[in-house]
Design a protein around this ligand. Structure first.
Ligand SMILES: C[S@@+](CC[C@H](N)C(=O)[O-])C[C@H]1O[C@@H](n2cnc3c(N)ncnc32)[C@H](O)[C@@H]1O
Length: 215
């Protein structure tokens, strides 16, 4: 039985979260963002708690968690504030606006964590590893910068690998079972989505790619 009051409460709760986003000095709307210097971006960051943990581990680097959903991002922003972090920001923007948010060739790492897979082929243009997006990432990354994708769906991951190769990216690190690999402990920080679904038995796949040939 659906109770309409539940919807009223849900809407109020969302409004409350939006208000928290706009009250936080760490949160920015696309229109208010002025290309702040950034080393690491997380795209489709959700709560951004993955970036919060990375930011705590790397106080010398500047992080930005990007998502379209303010109600999710505010969660990371308040956690960052509670941890007294000064090297992370939360930006509400669409992935296709990303090239307008940062200076060209200035970013060290772009993370894409558990992007919406858009499984229907007619929606493939919305996948955040589509060549249209890869071109924007290439524009932002400095020559030795890395694009790192973490995902649980084998279909999405394989499709993304094919797009990377097709667009002449170089695969530097690749695993189909991250948590059983010897790769960096930073990579193994669980995102909110990953924590929620890790009990389902799906392995986390990871690829790190660069566009310019590394030495
Ligand atoms: C499956 S969730 C994963 C969230 C987070 N990365 C995690 O692992 O917990 C995908 C996220 O991508 C965001 N998203 C989807 N399309 C987007 C777009 N075009 N631009 C920015 N964010 C987007 C959604 O709002 C959602 O928070």
């Amino acid at each position: 039985m659906i109770d309409p009051n539940d919807f009223v409460i849900t809407r109020k709760r969302k409004k409350y979260k939006f208000a928290k986003f706009s009250n936080s000095p760490l949160c920015f709307e696309f229109d208010d963002w002025n290309k702040q210097v950034t080393d690491v971006i997380e795209l489709g960051a959700g709560t951004g708690l993955f970036s919060v943990e990375l930011a705590q581990r790397h106080p010398d680097k500047q992080f930005v968690a990007v998502d379209v959903k303010a109600d999710r991002l505010q969660k990371g922003a308040y956690e960052a504030a509670a941890r007294k972090l000064t090297n992370i920001r939360f930006l509400r923007a669409r992935a296709d606006q990303i090239d307008e948010c940062f200076k060209e060739k200035s970013v060290e790492t772009i993370w894409l964590t558990f992007a919406d897979p858009f499984p229907k082929s007619r929606s493939s243009g919305r996948r955040m590893t589509h060549p249209n997006f890869l071109k924007k990432y290439q524009q932002l990354l400095h020559p030795k910068g890395s694009f790192i994708v973490k995902h649980d769906s084998l279909d999405f991951f394989n499709w993304s690998l094919e797009r990377l190769v097709q667009e002449k990216w170089h695969i530097i690190e690749l695993t189909f079972d991250l948590h059983e690999s010897d790769y960096s402990n930073d990579y193994k920080i669980m995102t909110t989505y990953e924590l929620r679904w890790s009990g389902e038995g799906k392995s986390t796949k990871l690829v790190r790619a660069t566009h310019e040939q590394s030495d």
